[in-house]
Design a protein around this ligand. Structure first.
Ligand code: SF4
Length: 63
């Protein structure tokens, strides 16, 4: 599984960094989230699903 953040939708709520700090980080420049690596290790899959469900903007996609 891979994960990405749609920068057009992200509003910087930071919920994703709470759900999965291992992969999500907020940019110092615009405050939007980005992923440190697109490939999701199996042990982080549940955290990523929580991040997807918890994002108020629906900005996190898995594929
Ligand atoms: S929770 Fe969603 S809107 Fe908020 S920073 Fe993360 S990706 Fe962006």
């Amino acid at each position: 599984m891979k994960v990405r953040v749609d920068d057009r939708l992200c509003q910087g709520h930071a919920m994703c960094t709470l759900a999965c700090p291992e992969l999500f980080e907020l940019s110092d420049e615009d405050g939007h989230a980005f992923v440190r690596q697109a490939d999701v290790p199996p042990e982080l899959a549940e955290k990523i699903e929580q991040a997807v469900r918890g994002c108020p903007e629906g900005a996190i996609q898995t594929y």
